[in-house]
Design a protein around this ligand. Sequence first.
Ligand code: TEU
Ligand code: CA
Length: 531
Amino acid sequence: MKLWQKGIVYQIYPRSFKDSNGDGIGDLKGIISKLDYVKNLGIDIIWLSPVYLSPNNDNGYDVADYYKINPEFGTMADMDALIKKANELGLKIIMDLVINHTSTEHWWFKEALKGKDNPYRNYYHWRDKKNNWGGFFGGTTWEKAGDQYYLHLFDKTQADLNLSNPKVIEEVKNIMTFWLDKGIYGFRCDVINIIYKNSLENGKRRLVLTGLEHYHSTKRNHEILQELRRDVLNNYVETFAVGETVLVSPKQAYDLMAPDRKELDLVISFEHMDVDHINNKWFKVKFKPKKMMKALTKWQELLPWNCLYFENHDQPRSLSRFGCTEKYRLESAKMLATILLTLRGTPFIYQGQEIGMTNGDFKSLSEFMDTETHNIEKVGRKLLIPRPILKKMLFRTSRDNARTPMQWNATTGFTTGTPWLKENQNKSFINVEDALQDDNSILNFYKRLISFRKSSHILTKGIFRVISMKNDVYIYEREHNNQILRIFANMSKKEKKIHNRREPLLSNYQDFEPNKLRPYEAYIVEVRYGF
Ligand code: TEU
Ligand code: CA
C-alpha cells in the first residue's frame, strides 16, 4: 500500500488557519506553529490550499506567480521551513496545482494583453465575440480586453490557460518540478477534468454551464495528465496526485485514476455533496440521509478507491448540512466522523471539522468575502429572486461558511488582530483548547477513530459491502482476510430499531444498548460468521 492509501489527509486553508503576526490573515509561520497539533491528530498528509502570489480575488486560486509566495503568508524561506519541519515530523505536503487558469495579474497575461502577436497571447483563449457559455460562478465566461475577449470559466480575473499550446504544458511541468524538488509529496490538482478545450464554439443550451461538452473530460485532457506523469511525477520515488473534478461519473473518474492509465492517483468527486440540493448547490432542499447513503455506496462499489470527504473550503460545514448543530451536536459530528473514517479510500479532514465547526454566523451579505457569493448575488438580483430568499440561499451555501477562522480557543486563538473574515461566535464553546481537555470531545473522538483505522488492516485494506440503507440507518461491512467489521450509523435524530447484540469496539455513545440505535448513534462491531 502507498502512503496516500494508508494515510489520512488534512486540508489547511492558509488564510483561515493561524495568524502569527496579528494582521488578521493566517500565514505560513502560523501553520508551522500548529504542525504538532496536526501530527498529534494522526495525520500523514497535509493538503495546503494555494499559498502562491495572488491578488486574492479567489483566495489564491487566482495565481499571479507560481514560483512566489503570497507575502501575506510569508516568504519562500518560511515555505521551505514549513516543508522541512513537516517532513521532520513525518508529515507530507501536497500543494494545490491550479493550471486551468491564472490570475489576470500573472505576467503571462499582462504580456498577452500587449497584442495579438505577443508570444504570450496564445497562453490564453481569445475570441472576437462572446459565445453562449455559462461560468462556474454564474454569468458569461468572456471578458473584453482590447478588441477581443478572453475566456474565464471562473471569475473574470481568472483567465483560462490554453493547454493546446505546448509552451503552456512546458510551464506546467516546470512548476511541478520546482515544487517537487523542494520536497513536497504531490498535488491536489484544481478542476483537473476541464483543463483542455476542444473548441470555443457555442454550446448546447443548459440550465447551468452551457458549453460544458466542449471541455469536459476531453481525450486530450487525459493525454496531458499522462504526459505530466511520464515527464514529471515519474521522476520521483513516490508522489501523490489527486484531482478535483467537475461533474464526473464513476466511469469518468475511474479513467482519470486507473493505475494502468498512469494519470492521477485519486479523484475528488461530488455526487455525495449534491444530495441536499436540486439542480445546483444554491437550491438547497431538506437533507435525506438515504440519498447520501446511496451516493456513497454507489461510489464505494464502482471505484476501487475513493477520496472520502464531507468538507472542504468550497462546501458549507457538514455538521450544519448533514448533522445537528444543537442538541445532538457531539453525537452527529461523531457519527459523520465514523462514516468518514470507516469507508474504503483515503479520508480527507478539513480544518475545523475535527472540532465540529459549524457554518458561519453571518448576519448580512456585506460580511461575505467570497467572490462567488457576490457574483451569485448579482445573478440572483438579475433573475429578480426576492431578497429574503436570495439571502437565505447565500447564507446557507456560501463557501465562506467553511472559511471562517479556525477556532483555536475562546478568544484570540486565530489572531490578535481583526480577522479577515468574521469569526463564528460559537468559538466560545467550540474550540481546540477546550476540546483537547475534554475526553468526550469531537476532537478526541476523531483521534481515537484515526488511530483505530490506522491499526486496522480491515479498515485500511478491506473490501466494502453494504448491508442496509433503510430507515435512515446506514449499515455496511469491511472485510479483509476473512475478518469483518460491521459499521452501524443512525443518520437521524430518531431512535431506530436494529439487530445487534454485539458490544461495539468503538462507539460515539458512552454505553451500549442492544438492538437499537439512539439519535445519531454510530459504532463499529466485529462480526464472526459461522460461529
Ligand atoms: O473549485 C471548483 C468547483 O467546481 C467548485 O467547487 C467551485 O468552487 C464552485 O463552488 C462552483 O459553484 C475549485 C476550487 O476548489 C475553488 O476554491 C476555486 O474557486 C475554483 O476551483 C477555481 O479555481
Ligand atoms: Ca498573518
